[in-house]
Design a protein around this ligand. Structure first.
Ligand SMILES: Nc1ncnc2c1ncn2[C@@H]1O[C@H](COP(=O)(O)OP(=O)(O)OP(=O)(O)O)[C@@H](O)[C@H]1O
Length: 305
């Protein structure tokens, strides 16, 4: 039924003290995607991802991974999932390589996986250094290497670039982008930054106050943003009353009258009305919303997004 999806949730919900922090979520992640799970702080991203990993019990709804019910096939499913949730766990007094060996024994994978995973995150040169001497970015990359160690079918990353500088963010972005093509790994990654997701995701899900507000690709989202048309006239006040009286809904912004979602005929009609009332029209302009504005509209103008 859901075999086409690597991850599918059905009305997935989680409440704490009877407040729903994840509310009837229906996520669909297809094979080979980089799915960006986007939302402001506190939107419910971590809680959702923890449920996918069996770390938190849902209050309602179901989860399938690889088309199988998580509640019934937990062990076999989770052996094919790699994850990095919150900060990576490691032994600071051990080297990067030693940490990888600990993980290798836990995961029961061959030694060569260590070399390969350290190569992907470009940590080979630092593998003999103690992890408590790593920079934040190196620790984060080690966390990703650990998550990759068993070369999972699905990689779940919760805000993996939090706290990194732009160069570190760029590096992680490039390595994540290479995973579906090179290793066939599907990636589900959360972030509160549109700019980050925009540059790597093939699909996005936008969550706000526990609810999924949009799911699809970015071009679809862009198409959703209604453009507005503005009229600049020599008499904004009279133009506004005339347009209002004719059934338009202009918004006066610094003397320019903006009207949303207008068809071509309506633009011509508004123009004709103004001109025939003796109000000279100086300029008619179209304003397309940027992706950023569309996100801000969706999430109630949260500053973090
Ligand atoms: N164990 C818990 N008990 C009570 N409330 C919780 C618990 N875990 C999370 N919450 C609440 O659920 C909401 C969603 O938190 P969550 O960590 O999932 O958000 P998020 O989108 O990952 O945001 P952030 O990026 O800030 O972590 C928040 O209001 C948080 O306070």
């Amino acid at each position: 039924m859901s075999a086409e999806y690597m991850v599918a949730t059905y009305n997935l919900s989680k409440s704490y003290n009877s407040v729903y922090r994840v509310d009837t979520l229906n996520l669909n992640v297809r094979q080979g995607e980089i799915y960006g799970f986007l939302g402001p702080n506190g939107a419910g991203k971590s809680t959702s991802l923890k449920m996918l990993l069996g770390l938190t019990q849902p209050s309602g709804g179901r989860i399938t991974l690889f088309g199988k019910e998580l509640s019934q096939h937990r062990i076999s499913i989770l052996s094919q999932v790699g994850s990095l949730i919150e900060s990576p766990s490691y032994y600071g007094h051990l080297t990067g390589l030693e940490n990888m060996r600990v993980m290798k024994r836990l995961r029961g994978v061959p030694e060569r996986n260590i070399r390969e995973a350290l190569g992907i995150v470009r940590l080979e040169k630092h593998q003999h250094k103690r992890v408590d001497q790593y920079s934040l970015g190196m620790k984060q990359r080690l966390g990703i290497a650990m998550a990759l160690l068993a070369f999972p079918r699905l990689l779940i990353l919760d805000e993996p670039t939090n706290g990194l500088d732009p160069a570190g963010i760029g590096e992680i972005r490039e390595l994540i982008k290479s995973l579906p093509g090179r290793y066939g790994i599907t990636v589900l990654i959360s972030s509160h930054l549109l700019s980050e997701i925009e540059q790597m995701a093939t699909s996005v899900g936008i969550i706000h106050e526990g609810k999924l507000l949009f799911q699809g690709d970015l071009t679809e989202l862009q198409a959703r943003g209604q453009s507005s048309v503005s009229f600049t006239t020599q008499d904004a006040a009279s133009a506004e009353s005339l347009l209002l009286a004719s059934g338009f809904q202009p918004v006066n912004r610094q003397g320019r009258l903006h009207i949303e979602g207008m068809q071509d005929e309506q633009i011509a009609e508004a123009n004709r009305l103004l001109v025939s009332a003796g109000i000279p029209v100086i300029r008619i302009e179209e304003h397309k919303k940027s992706l950023e504005e569309i996100f801000l509209d969706l999430t109630g103008r949260e500053r973090t997004l």
